[in-house]
Every structure is written in structure tokens, then in C-alpha cells.
Design a protein around this ligand. Structure first.
Ligand code: BG6
Length: 462
């Protein structure tokens, strides 16, 4: 039986992540009756508790508004420790403020370069005893630095006390994808190279870098989303059936990633939207990609020779994350119809709405043996009911690690992208509002095109 956390400590409490994600999640947990432990913010800002509370309120006002009762409760739980992370006094003060809590959960909403300092401070003050730690991406910048970072965390916490957040794993449709895969026997016979022709993942955003030029210069699309969110999606799609919930889920995701072939520059097309170089914090000669398309292969019995095509990018025509599993064509052409349409597919839309649908051909009502493509919608919901951060913080507090990234998964994902980091291929400029460089088409097998999430299937009654 895993112990439930009895205090939530978050470092970087006056920062951006806390403002945008953590306060709104805490508010939502309270509204759902799920938060009953002290919440201790730690930062070096020279603030007092009243200022900290004002920050919490401002965050809620900006993110959907505060419910007066929930705000009152949040205020009653909030505590604040101000101090330098390098100073032992900060941690002694934290220890006092923890007031005997036996299983604190420390959330490091701080740059990874600070992890070692905070880890050491927690260990020296014994605030790491019986505790767990929650960390955010980036989990390193390359395979080597990810290993270093993991080693740093492991100095102060055992692996089963480390919760690495990849918020994609906390999204409803991603969990729903896993659920549908392993709660339906009919999918299993189809879910392999015998029936699947290819898999496509699009993670498109209309926004640019939104003033985060300096951050983006350090990241680029491959580090920012492909190494983490997309690789987790691939693991969920490609994994073998786990023996059950819990650690077997993580084992199978990790195993799936070990079978993904390491990318080479020939498998990638990188793009940069026109205007990126004028963004604040961006070098005038930057070759950082804001778009990447890749072709991945999984060398397993199940997936050999099935291409997984991925494209991610900023300033694209639509904001949508979607997975399309395309099935093979029927082996014989029986009907004389001119347009044999698109073969069957399964669509998992991850955002903005939740959709699980299967594309099939049906005969059009009428005399001719002619058909049209329709989608059977298994699930359609306008949005996620629960924010991924809320779901993941509740899981971490309960010690449930199913939807957190494990050290070996993170390192495997870096191993896959390592050779395409930096500037391995020329970065092609694309116009904002388009689907990136036209060279992305060359990654696809003949006869294949990138799916546009805006294309709705035909209406069978039309
Ligand atoms: C973050 C990236 O991890 O994910 C951002 O740093 C990106 O650049 C974001 O915009 C996308 O998340 P979501 O949940 O909006 O799809």
C-alpha cells in the first residue's frame, strides 16, 4: 500500500508554471473535494504569505475565475517559505513549515540546472525522507544530459519516488487511447503490420513562439515536443498488452520505445516559419526548427515495415493534435465505382476536442454500387473534463505512477532523436499558416499524403 502525500511543496512558487498551471489545478482539486493537505510554496522573491496569496488569486482570476469557497479553502491551505535554494536556512524553515508531515511531495517547478541544489538541500535537511519528487520537462537536452539529470535526481530520491510529468500522458484522450486498445478484443487482430498501412501523428499549433523566443532557441520543435509528448503517444500506440495497470503499463511503454529505430538525418525535414528570426530572444542566424516532420520505424514483430509519420510545428493552419491509424486497402477491387475513397482508418483526436472514430466505406443510398467514406464516432467530447495537471498531481499524491515517464523511457526517447538534434539538415523556411516545408511530402511512401485534420469525412446522406 503506497502512502498518500500529506503535504505539497512547490519550488518556483512565484514562477510562470505555478501561475499558469499549478494554482488553477489546485483550485480545481478543491472544487472536486480532492485537496486536503497543506500547500507550501517556496521561492526566492522576498515575499510574504499575503503576497503569495495575492499571486494565487491573480492566477485564478486570469484562468477562468476563482470560486469564492474554493479560494477560501485554498488560502487556508497555503503556506510560504521565502529563501535562497542554496541556503540551508531555507530548508530548515521548510522543515518547520512541514510540521511533521511524513510524506511530502516536492514539485520542482524550477529549471533543471537547479535540481541538484534543491535535491541536496532537501537531503541535508532530511525533507527527502519518505518524500516523493515531481519534475517537469525538459528531462535533459540530449541522451547524455538526460542521463546526467537522472543520476542527479537518483542521488537524493529512489526511482519509485521520482514522478516525471509529461502532461500528454495526463490527457483524457491519451488515456482513452490506451483504454480502447486493451479493453476491446476486436482491435487486437487489426493492430499490427498485417492490417495497418501507416500511422500518422500531427501536432499542429497556429500560435508562434509567443514571446518565448529565448526558451525556444534552446529547444526547437524536436526537443520541445517530439522527444517527449510524441514519443509517449508512439509508446501508447505501439506497446504490447501490459499484464495490468501500474508498473506493467510503464514496462510496456518503455519496451516499445526500445524498438523504435534511431532516427537519421534522412528521416527528418526541419522547417522554420518566416518571421521567426525577428522574434525577441532569437538569434538573427538561428537554425532552430519550429517545424519537424519525421518518418519512424519500429523494429518489432508487430510493426516491422509500418511507417510512423509525425509532423509537429508552430504557425501551422490549425491547432490540433491527432493520430490517424490508416489500414490497408481491400485486396481486390470488386466494385466499378470511380472513386474508391480512403481506406479504413481510426482517428484519435487528442486536442482540441476528444474524438475516437473509425473511418469506413458505406454504400451511398441509391441505385449505383457506389460508396462514400464516413466515420463511426465512438466518442466525441468538446474538451478534456479535467486538466492534465490536476489528474497528474492527484496521481502523484496517491503514489500512482502509471502516467509518468520513467527514467528508461526518457532515455530511450532521447536515443531515438539524438542524431537529429542541432542542425543535422538545412532548416527550410515556410510561410506562417501553411503546413511547413513542401519537402515533408518526400518522407511519405508513394500514394500517401499528410492528413489535414480539417478534412471531415463525407456526409453519407448528402
Ligand atoms: C508544451 C510545449 O510542452 O506543450 C509547448 O513546451 C506546446 O511549446 C505545448 O505549445 C502543447 O501542449 P497542449 O496541451 O496545448 O497540446
Amino acid at each position: 500500500m503506497v502512502d498518500h502525500a500529506d503535504a505539497l511543496v512547490f519550488f518556483g512558487a512565484t514562477g510562470d508554471l505555478a501561475y499558469k498551471k499549478i494554482f488553477p489545478s489546485l483550485h480545481s482539486m478543491i472544487r472536486h473535494g480532492r485537496l486536503n493537505m497543506p500547500v507550501i510554496g517556496v521561492a526566492k522573491q522576498g515575499w510574504n504569505l499575503e503576497q503569495f496569496k495575492a499571486r494565487a488569486k491573480a492566477s485564478l482570476d486570469e484562468h477562468g475565475g476563482a470560486d469564492p469557497e474554493a479560494l477560501k479553502k485554498l488560502f487556508s491551505l497555503l503556506k510560504y517559505v521565502d529563501g535562497d535554494y542554496k541556503s540551508p536556512e531555507t530548508f530548515q524553515e521548510l522543515r518547520r513549515t512541514l510540521d511533521g508531515a511524513k510524506h511530502p511531495m516536492h514539485y520542482l517547478a524550477i529549471p533543471p540546472s537547479m535540481f541538484a541544489t534543491v535535491g541536496e538541500g532537501l537531503a541535508k535537511s532530511q525533507c527527502n525522507q519518505g518524500a516523493r519528487i515531481v519534475v517537469e520537462k525538459p528531462f535533459g537536452r540530449s541522451l547524455a544530459s538526460a542521463r546526467e539529470l537522472n543520476a542527479t535526481l537518483r542521488e537524493y530520491f529512489p526511482e519509485d519516488a521520482i514522478f516525471r510529468i509529461d502532461h500528454y500522458l495526463g490527457k483524457e484522450p491519451v488515456q482513452s487511447l490506451l483504454y480502447s486498445r486493451f479493453a476491446n478484443a476486436v482491435l487486437e487482430p487489426l493492430w499490427n503490420r498485417n492490417y495497418v498501412a501507416s500511422v500518422q501523428i500531427t501536432m499542429a499549433e497556429t500560435m508562434g513562439v509567443q514571446g518565448r523566443g529565448r526558451f525556444y532557441e534552446e529547444a526547437g520543435a524536436i526537443r520541445d515536443v517530439l522527444q517527449n509528448h510524441i514519443m509517449q503517444l508512439i509508446a501508447c500506440l505501439a506497446m504490447e498488452p501490459p499484464a495490468g495497470e501500474g508498473e506493467p503499463l510503464r514496462d510496456e511503454r518503455a519496451k516499445a520505445l526500445t524498438l523504435v529505430r534511431t532516427l537519421t538525418p534522412a528521416d527528418v525535414v526541419r522547417g522554420q516559419f518566416a518571421g521567426y528570426l525577428e522574434e525577441k530572444g532569437v538569434a538573427k542566424d538561428s537554425t532552430v526548427e519550429t517545424f519537424a516532420a519525421v518518418r519512424l520505424w519500429i523494429d518489432s514483430w508487430r510493426w516491422a515495415d509500418v511507417p510512423f509519420y509525425v509532423r509537429v510545428g508552430k504557425c501551422l493552419p490549425v491547432s490540433c493534435t491527432e493520430i490517424i491509424v490508416d489500414f490497408k486497402k481491400p485486396p481486390q477491387r470488386v466494385f466499378r465505382e470511380a472513386n474508391i475513397g480512403r481506406p479504413n482508418h481510426i482517428r484519435f483526436r487528442v486536442s482540441p476536442e476528444v474524438v475516437l472514430a473509425m473511418g469506413v466505406r458505406v454504400k451511398k443510398i441509391g441505385e449505383a454500387l457506389e460508396g462514400t467514406s464516413v466515420e463511426l464516432i465512438a466518442q466525441r467530447h468538446p474538451h478534456d473534463e479535467m486538466e492534465p495537471y490536476e489528474r497528474l498531481l492527484l496521481d502523484a499524491a496517491a503514489g500512482k505512477a502509471d502516467f509518468f515517464a520513467r527514467e528508461d523511457q526518457v532515455e530511450e526517447a532521447w536515443r531515438v532523436v539524438d542524431p537529429i538534434l542541432g542542425n543535422p539538415t538545412p532548416v527550410e523556411v515556410y510561410a506562417p499558416g501553411t503546413w511547413g516545408p513542401k519537402q515533408a511530402q518526400d518522407l511519405l511512401q508513394q500514394g500517401c499524403t499528410w492528413h489535414d485534420p480539417r478534412d471531415e469525412p463525407d456526409d453519407p446522406d448528402a
